[in-house]
Structures are given as C-alpha cells and as structure tokens.
Design a protein around this ligand. Sequence first.
Ligand SMILES: [Ca+2]
Ligand SMILES: [Ca+2]
Length: 656
Amino acid sequence: MQDHTVPSRRTFLVRTGTAGLAMATPGWLAACMARSRPTNVVLIFADDQGYADVGSYGAVGFTTPHLDRLADEGMRFTDFYASEGVCSASRASLLTGCYAPRVSIFGALTPAAQVGLNPDEVTIAELLKSLGYATAAVGKWHLGHLPEFLPLQHGFDEYFGLPYSNDMWPVDFDGVAVTEGSLSGYPPLPLIEGDEAIETVDELADQDRLTVRYTERAVDFIDRNGDRPFFLYLAHSMPHVPLGVSDAFRSSSEQGLYGDVMQEMDWSTGQVLDALDRNGVSDDTLVIFTSDNGPWLNFGNHGGSTGPLREGKGTAFEGGPRVPAIMRWPGRIPAGSVCDRLASTVDVLPTVAAITGATLPDHAIDGVDILSLLIGEEGAAPRNDFLYYYTGELRAVREGRWKRVFEHRTRSYVGVEPGMDGHPGPYAFPTVAAALYDLEADVGESIDVSGDHPDVVARLDALAEEARRRLGDRLTQRVGNEVRPPGRHGLDRVDSLQHEAVGARVVSATRSDPRYPGAGPDALVDGGVGSGDFRDGRWLAYDGVDFEAMLDLGSARRLSRVGLDCLQNQAAWILLPRRVVFAVSDDGEQWRELTPIHRPPQPDDAVRAELLAVDVGEGPVRYVRVRASGHDALPSWHPGSGISGWVFIDEVVALV
Ligand SMILES: [Ca+2]
Ligand SMILES: [Ca+2]
C-alpha cells in the first residue's frame, strides 16, 4: 500500500468539514471527525433490472431481503436515473460522470465495435486509484472490448467478467448454437481475466454460473483488501437475457426464472455485505446499488417490471432510464430514509470524489455532488434537471416535476404481444408527439399538459436548447461544442502519405462543409491523412452532396493506381461514398474513365479509413478527375434513415 497517496486525515476533514458546516449538523460532523479510515466504495450495478424489481420498490413474485436490508440501513431513491436506457451509454455515464454524448459512447457496443471509452476520460476507478485505493471491476464491462479499452486501462487493478452483453453470442434464444442468420455473426462470448480471454460462455449452463462466479470474485477482492481502501465495481450480467441461475436458486421464486435470478442477485448482495461485516469495514464503506437501465419488456416473463412507469429499456420514457437506487453509508446516510429528489448515475463520480477527497477531472463533467442528499440535508436539491438522451437524440428534459418530451420515433412495448420463456416479442415503433408531463401528478406520462403551462414549456425548451449547444442532438442535427471523441481503435496510422499527387494543383468543384474544412482544397493533395477522430482538422467533410475534384500533376507519368482516402464512422453518420469514379487524361481533353468503385452502404460499426483505389492501366497520366457520390438520405438501417449523411475525405492519392 502506498501510504503517501492515501488522502491524509487532514485533507479529508477539510473536504467533508465544508459540507458539514454548510448543513450545520454537528452530530454528523462529529461522526466525520471521528473517522479514522478512508471510505471504501462498493458499486453494484444490475443489468436491465426494472424500477419495480426490488422488494422495497414493489417487486411481485420474488423477494430481495438483502437489498431491502440495504434500504433499511440506508437511503432509497425514488427519482434516480441511469443516464440512458441502454447498456454502454449508461455505463459510460456511471464511470465518467458525463452524459453519454459528451464522451461519445452511444447505444450498446457490439463485438464488432472499434471504439471504446477514450483513454483520456477519467473514471471513478482512476480517481480512487490516484488516492491509493485497490480497484476491481467484476462482471459486465461494455465500454469497449478491445484491449486498449478494457478495465485495466481505465484504472482497475483487476478485472473478471464479460466484455459486453451476455446475449451477444452465437446461440439462439432456445439455447441452441446457431450456424446461420444474424446471431451466427457473433464470435464466441469470452470471459475475461485481466486483459485475457480465459474461457468462452458457450451454453446456457455457462450463463447459470455467472452470478455465483462474479460474487466469489467480489467477495475475494474484499477479503484481500479489507485492510486498505478499496473500490469494487460489481456489474452483474443478470438479469439481462438470456437468464441464468444456479441450481440453488432455480425455482426459488413464485415469479419464475426472472424472479429466481433476482433472488440470486439479492443473495449476491448479501454475500458482499457479509464480506464487509466480516472484514470490519461496513461502517467505512459507501455501498451503492442501482441498475443500468429499465427492463426489456418484450421478453415478457423473462423481463422485469417498471411498476407504474411508462415503457422500458431502450426508450426515454420513465421506464427506460429511471431505476431503483439504494445507498448505504452507516452513520452518514440516515438509515431507512427515502429521497425523492432528482439524482442520476452521472452524479456518482463527483459525489465519490467529494467523499474521498479525490480531485475531479480537469475536463467538464455533467454530474453534481449529491452528498447533501445522502446526509439528509434539509431542502437540498443539488440536481434540478435531467437530460433524457438516447443514442445522441435529446428526447426529453426534466426540470423539477416537469418533463418535456420532444417529438421522436421510439421503440415501444405498447400494443405488441411480449415474448415468453426467453424468446422476444416484437417492438412497435411509433412516432410520439411533443408533450409536457407533470411527473408528480402523472408518473405514467399519460396526460399532456403543455397547453396549460406554456411558460414551463418555454423554460424547458430553452434548457434543451442549451443542452443541444453543448452536447448536440441527433433529432435536430446539432453538433455539440463540448463533445469529446470516443477511443478509436486501429487508426493510429502514419499521418502522412508519400504519393505522386502530393503538391499537385487541385480544383475541387465541391465546397467542404464549413464545420470541417480541413486546411482547404489543397489539403486533398498535401500527403496529410486524418486519424480516427473526424474532428482532427485533417478531414474535409461533405454533407449530403457529391464530391468532385480535378488534379493536374504538372507532367505526364505512369501511375499504377489512383484512390480516394475516406473515413467510415457510421455512428457519426459518416459513410464511405456510394460510388467513386476516376477518369484520367494525359492532355486534359481526352479522358479515360476507370472502373467505378461501388460501395453501397452496409451496417458496419468499425471506425476506419479506407483508400478506395482502382488500377489505372496503360498510358501516361497528367490529369486525374474524381467524382464520389454522397448520401442525400441515409439507408433504412441507419438511425438517421432518410436524413443526409456525411462523406469525409482527406486525400486524393496517386501511386506509381
Ligand atoms: Ca442494460
Ligand atoms: Ca490531406
């Protein structure tokens, strides 16, 4: 243990003493001053557990005595939000304190993803590691499965778990391995230890063991680190489908398999609490339990419940992001308390920082310190609003009791028959109208009261507009000016290329978008190429239009190939051009058209540059002309379907 990196008691007193004075609660302050040890943090994160899937939140058909004990000894939140109703975005927010668009993590990353949480982002683990904490991630990661994005590269000393969702495997809903169809495209599901895949999860029986194995790791970590400050991030793969449960809990609940899984996860929480007791650190440990998003309702009896909330996972209605949340910190958080103030997973990082004395990241974050809520400070409301982003779309905003929903197309579970026993039912995809809901009077979001409260509508619209300016909004095609890039794999390429067209005279008939001008048209033949970051200033960008340019190499010469270097980043609405046609000439009058390059857009999560090149054939070449077809309407599979897309080009290349 590096004692010099542990915050001194004096530092701790300065930090928490400030909060104590502000709330003027001498008892609490005294408790703080009596502290002798830094505060450990245990963060238990369920996957797809619904708002009502805890006993104290109204669970039906199963019981959660350990989570209920946690609530009895701590605080239960009624208005707590995961940042988005989907896995990767939600986890990015939890660990960085940022809304997902700020850190450019969208949706649920697939095993094909070439992006991950940017190494420059600062996670809770990194904050605490800098104070000398032991740190461990156990369970589902889902912030990039490539080595440079795994937990060990984000501040965790150790990691054991699945790199993404447990249904991203080549196995059908009935548990039978598939050899054709879309599921067969998944690689075997790896179980990772540190940075290495040590096993694969091949069948449902393997899923049955996940909760127990995660729990054993978590308990072992606590037992090994009971004498030093630690941070445990226990991110269960359950109750995300396919559900798995050990024999000890199979058929243990009235509800069925989902209830069995919940009861085993509750047992797991009990094991963690027991380990804290056994090591004598319960009083020095902040335990946080919550879920990454609401339930996957089209799985019917294999999905959870939102209670009174509208919709579920994958939506911006309350059932998507509003989740159960329980926090326990003996002697600081009043036992048995209920908090009905707004709070979110993005607030965990700054709150943990405030409690431990860790220094906040230099860059902007979205979370606020909610310590005042935890200690029950009268009238505290550190968070007054919440942004309901979903895959980059700002679908709603909340301020106090009011929720303003903007018109958008959404997944819906209404009016469609759910599946059963592990098989999904279909979604509906309605376009919902703009509305204003009073969540205090109408938590189910059923009555639009916008007509009665034009002042509230105007205020929340302004709040949304400010958010769009900072974090962007794919619904209104806004690019946020505070957005940071994700980590991108495989584009650490050389930043210059030597080729025959460098320094050529270039005339481009197409103006690049003023937001991405590169260094002007000459940059098309400067030998400089872009990175995976489309904002790096080397790319010229074309929105919904065709690109045309002509080069004069100055003298005729033999070329083997000519090409156009383009970026593919479909998550950023950047696709390769549909068609590229080169023509060459030695006199500028007689042109020879080369074989067209066809690249019809295909779903492809990779972020990469690609040189779309073609053989030149016989004959000297002085002039090169290129036409590339853009995207006036993105294809049907793309989230921006029907809206124009981008083509990004950094170089017209001529090779001998
Ligand atoms: Ca999830
Ligand atoms: Ca260039």
